[in-house]
Design a protein around this ligand. Structure first.
Ligand code: PMP
Length: 399
């Protein structure tokens, strides 16, 4: 009898299962809107020009691959802080921020979760309803009870801001509040700057622990505008908070696993003490991050010329997403479905389209268009070649 005999089959990831079904589909003109990846106009995952430049010079240098420090490359971490908190951040000048290169944004979330479990062992974690499915999984795995706060309003396809404030206002002091900085996954529904300010004020008043997850910086309005939440928390006088950021999308480096965790303390001394605990947490988890992806991001961000090249290309990606949103709404209206105007107000790669499970099933079965059962579609998988196919099918199932 095997010692593994008691292990039962664990359900797989439904989104990955959808991709498998898409790949097995032999119908021409099939479209996969179920993914969480930015594709370019030709339907490819871009290799950004600035990244490729660094990659070429790394290959020529032929440097040895020793271990990185536990918290990663200093050049990567300093450049990350400037991007996340802003070049002129008073918090950075005061030494209140400690940043660690992590294994993707997911690694930052998990290290942050393990850290907070040590610091606030009795706290709960509040996540938006709905949220990226892995938020619940990661914080539960770290031992937290996870609760929801109101977020999406299905009736308006927008934000239930009153519900959100009411729920956040009921949380116990010390509760960890997970907030999506921008380009909310899965809904595409974001807060505006005034709404963020109200949330920041409430979080401060109730003594909550903000954990900002920024996986799509630069995908909606721009690098600084998309970091509004972080900048407002920084300006609020709140002593302690945490930010996870990911470069998977903004550098199109999904498989390189590039992200960072930044912890903010009351002063330099507190930040150093918290960072010592972050390092212990990383050490007991995966020991140290990986060299190659970190070197790519650091190489781009630390060269004025390559950084400008990257920002321009990121801007083109953002513009393409906006154009696809506008095109979809306009074409749907022309096809007799004017009710999708909200898609243009939503931000980032995703949109909660309002399509029902039954409509999503019809899209897949009758039109070879794959979307998530919740109605989430990846707008960044649309292009000029597949837009009409998608629009006509969505209009047909919406009649
Ligand atoms: N947070 C959110 C909201 C995300 O959507 C994602 C990626 N899908 C991540 C974090 C994690 O990013 P990474 O792939 O860098 O681990």
């Amino acid at each position: 009898m095997s010692l593994f005999a008691s292990v039962e089959m664990t359900p797989g990831d439904p989104i990955l299962g959808l991709t498998e079904a898409y790949l097995a589909d032999s119908r021409p003109g099939k479209v996969n809107l179920g993914v969480g990846i930015y594709y370019d106009e030709k339907g490819r995952i871009p290799l950004m020009r600035a990244v490729h430049e660094v990659e070429k010079s790394l290959a020529l240098e032929a440097k040895p691959r020793g271990y990185l420090p536990i918290d990663g490359m200093p050049t990567y971490n300093i450049a990350t802080q400037k991007l996340v908190f802003g070049e002129d951040s008073p918090l950075l000048a005061a030494g209140r921020v400690a940043t660690s290169q992590t294994i993707g944004g997911s690694g930052a979330l998990r290290i942050g979760a393990d850290l907070l479990k040590k610091v606030l062992p009795k706290a709960k974690v509040a996540i938006s309803n709905p949220s990226w499915e892995n938020h619940r999984v990661v914080f539960s795995a770290a031992g937290f009870d996870v609760v929801d706060y109101a977020y999406y309003d299905a009736a308006t396809h927008g934000l239930d801001f009153a519900g959100m404030l009411a729920d956040l206002g009921k949380l116990e002091p010390g509760t960890v509040v997970l907030l999506h900085a921008c380009c909310h996954n899965p809904t595409g529904v974001d807060l505006n700057a005034e709404q963020w300010q109200q949330v920041v004020d409430l979080v401060k008043e109730r003594g909550l622990m903000p954990f900002v997850d920024m996986a799509y910086q630069g995908f909606d309005e721009g690098i600084d505008a998309d970091a509004t939440a972080v900048r407002l928390f920084a300006a609020s006088g709140i002593d302690a908070f945490v930010v996870a950021n990911s470069y998977s999308k903004s550098f199109s480096l999904y498989g390189e696993r590039v992200g960072a965790l930044s912890v903010v303390g009351k002063d330099r001394d507190e930040a150093l003490r918290v960072q010592s605990l972050v390092k212990r947490t990383i050490r007991s988890n995966y020991s140290s991050p990986a060299t190659h992806g970190g070197a790519l991001v650091s190489g781009v961000l630390n060269s004025r010329e390559l950084k400008a090249m990257w920002e321009q290309e990121l801007g083109e990606m953002r513009e393409r997403i906006h154009a696809m949103r506008a095109g979809m709404v306009e074409k749907l209206a022309a096809a007799g479905s004017p009710q999708f105007g909200f898609i243009q107000q939503q931000a980032g790669m995703f949109s909660y389209s309002g399509l029902s499970k039954a409509q999503v099933d019809r899209l897949r079965e009758e039109y070879a268009i794959y979307a998530i059962g919740t109605g989430r579609i990846c707008v960044a998988a649309l292009n000029r070649a597949n837009l009409d196919t998608v629009v006509n099918a969505v209009a047909a199932v919406s009649r």
